[in-house]
Design a protein around this ligand. Structure first.
Ligand SMILES: [Zn+2]
Length: 149
């Protein structure tokens, strides 16, 4: 079988950051890489789950909500995928930073009732906010011109 795009990325030299990883027609896939791959430090499942609930809710209520296709965690637990319709890196980075900041202001987890979620007890709001805050410091100083893989 053909090697898929995300496996062609050299994970040995890849770092935490904000990357445009592929463009298919008008769908732009961004990698929100929270931690450096294979560093021994990974996002725990409950923290990834809570970040998914927080950020998905905020970005889908943001000024670019009509362009949000998908947001969800990477299986390797080093970050998240954000799929946007026709949003270029600089604007995507700004919208992501704004949504991350708004996510840290939430006092409760949206959609965390049993009827709303498939694993409603697997959440950690304080640790999720701490992880988002740490990632904001990475992405705020990240040069978008180096963000295209
Ligand atoms: Zn859930």
């Amino acid at each position: 079988m053909e090697k898929i795009t995300s496996f062609k990325l050299n994970h040995n030299t890849h770092t935490a950051g904000f990357f445009l990883s592929s463009v298919n027609l008008d769908i732009f896939t961004y990698d929100l890489r929270f931690v450096t791959p294979n560093s021994g430090q990974y996002i725990t499942p409950s923290v990834a789950h809570t970040i998914e609930h927080l950020f998905a809710t905020v970005i889908r209520n943001s000024p670019i909500k009509q362009d949000v296709i998908y947001f969800g965690p990477m299986g390797c637990r080093t970050g998240f995928y954000l799929l946007l319709r026709n949003v270029a890196p600089e604007e995507a980075q700004k919208a992501t930073i704004a949504a991350l900041k708004d996510s840290t202001l939430l006092k409760s987890i949206p959609g965390n009732k049993k009827i709303e979620c498939g694993n409603y007890k697997s959440h950690n709001l304080p640790a999720a906010i701490a992880a988002i805050t740490e990632y904001i410091s990475v992405i705020e100083n990240f040069d978008t011109s180096s963000s295209i893989l």
